[in-house]
Design a protein around this ligand. Sequence first.
Ligand SMILES: *Cc1c(COP(=O)(O)O)cnc(C)c1O
Length: 383
Amino acid sequence: MRLPEDELAALEAGGLRRHLRRIESGQGPVVTMDGRRFHNFSSNDYLGLASHPTLTEAFAGALRKHGAGAGASRLICGTLGAHLDFEEKLAAFKRSEAALTFSSGYAAAVGTLSALTGKEDVVILDKLCHASLIDGARLGGATLRVFPHNDLDKLASHLRWAENRVDPARGRVLVVTESVFSMDGDRAPLAEIVALKEARDAWLMVDEAHAFGVIGPRGGGLAAELGLENRIELRMGTLSKAAGLSGGYLCASRATVDLLVNRARGFIYSTAPPPALAEAAGVALDLIAGAEGDARRAALWRNVDAFANSAGVEAASAIVPILLGSNEAALAAAESLNAAGFLAPAIRYPTVPRGGARLRVTLSAAHDPDAVEALAAAIQALG
Ligand SMILES: *Cc1c(COP(=O)(O)O)cnc(C)c1O
């Protein structure tokens, strides 16, 4: 029998073994680990809301009001007023007919894709789509096609192929992409993708995990920035990045949301998130959409631009990859930044393609601009 010890040894030999590290402090721009302080350039807390006093106070107050757990799944007796209030508020903010929340972005992606696509259907994914989108598409059982990252010609040819294969009376063709890619930080050409899928009567699902709160008017995301909200059938995202909490969401038509309530297994067979979390998410949304959000986005983009300038790289989002190629080079770079007091993770296969190992630097509004400059200098010094 194959032993886990042997599999771990193989990972170790390939420079692919990963370990959990214990952070002693709370989440923030500076964290402590093994008694040492580090400037943290590895979290997705883009606006610094995870430790924002307004949000943490609201969360504490909501806990006192609602108690700790939801007690059951949403369809049994776990749908509390706080869940519905937040979903309504989120739908209005995202200019969507309806919204549905899940316990994580991962669950939202897997639940949505596996419920809405099956044997009759074709799902066409960008090569760099997040694991949650790939897993959901696989679980659904549709025929899958993958196009090279942001390659519109290949997407168009997959769409032509799918049009002949799918019976429009019974099946569905769904294109899946992200608005900001999680490991590259670049953006999808959403307007062009929308035009292509409309020409072929296909649907589009966009994962806004890294754009929600960060890009677009009031942080509404890339679809909002481009005015495409009502031309994208499925807009998903997470409350665990810029919103500083946890949970996932899908914005879609009322009928689609109602269907997911009946079909999405990760929604149906899982206990509802704590109602206090839903209430806190409403407060996070107020912060994101208001003057505080505007000020934090301005600070975030100042940090992004300063870092990109000083490190001599391009940045289209709060995620800035420093490509290094080999696992060893990426690990050595992360190690040397560590020694200099910075946390910036080495990202390796299978999170990125083989040969595409990198440092993934994420900026936040909460970073001290001096620390941002110091990190850029430390990266330049890596050579
Ligand atoms: C983080 C992420 C998710 C998952 O969201 P969680 O709330 O962390 O489960 C989904 N898609 C993308 C692109 C992500 O980066």
